[in-house]
Design a protein around this ligand. Structure first.
Ligand code: MG
Length: 203
């Protein structure tokens, strides 16, 4: 009989990390403070997460924001970029993990095999995850950042016979699960909803 550790696959955005609050309650106010209207920031953010790819790309955000404020002649592109870099690439971002997240990661690292699969821009997220301190919980091979469907990343991996998926999006989890079940792996989905304390009790 095989004696393999269960694999836990974590989602990052809005599962472990308060992604929505992070942008709107943490980053946006730094731009509002220098006089940029909130709807400009929101507009630039939406465009930078939808055109031409449907995940956030920092350069697109700065470009969009700059083109919105350019006519006022009050801000330089560099200034907008510096605000972003100072606050997003900072260990302060660790305040935006959900309660129980880091405890859950510590526990999982001790007891199970772990993997983090995150949808988004690889260059941005690789850098951002360093500031989040994820290297304490995952080796670089245990973090996958993809701009494609998450289930597609699973094809190349050796997955043990038992797997748990922790994700705030049930459909995304189900898609990964059906791929794994097709390979004969037994999968349990735990849907994360803001606090990880309940999930912490289950694993
Ligand atoms: Mg998510």
């Amino acid at each position: 009989m095989k004696n393999q550790k269960t694999l836990i696959i974590f989602d990052f955005d809005n599962t472990l990390f308060k992604t929505r609050e992070f942008w709107r309650e943490y980053l946006f106010p730094f731009y509002i403070k220098i006089g940029i209207p909130e709807n400009y920031i929101e507009g630039a953010f939406i465009k930078a997460t939808t055109v031409p790819v449907d995940y956030f790309v920092p350069k697109l955000f700065i470009n969009e924001l700059y083109s919105a404020v350019k006519k006022d002649n009050k801000y330089s592109r560099q200034q907008l970029k510096d605000i972003f870099k100072t606050h997003v690439y900072s260990p302060t971002v660790r305040k935006y993990f959900y309660p129980g997240s880091l405890r859950l990661l510590r526990k999982a690292k001790k007891k199970y095999k772990t993997l983090l699969i995150s949808y988004g821009d690889k260059k941005f997220k690789t850098k951002f995850f360093n500031y989040c301190g994820l290297d304490r919980y995952f080796s670089s091979e245990e973090i996958i950042i993809t701009g494609r469907k998450k289930a597609e990343s699973l094809g190349r991996l050796a997955v043990p016979e038992n797997c748990v998926i922790i994700d705030d999006m049930k459909d995304e989890a189900k898609e990964m699960a059906s791929f794994l079940v097709g390979k004969g792996i037994s999968v349990k989905i735990l849907v994360a909803h803001r606090s990880l304390k309940e999930i912490l009790k289950k694993i």
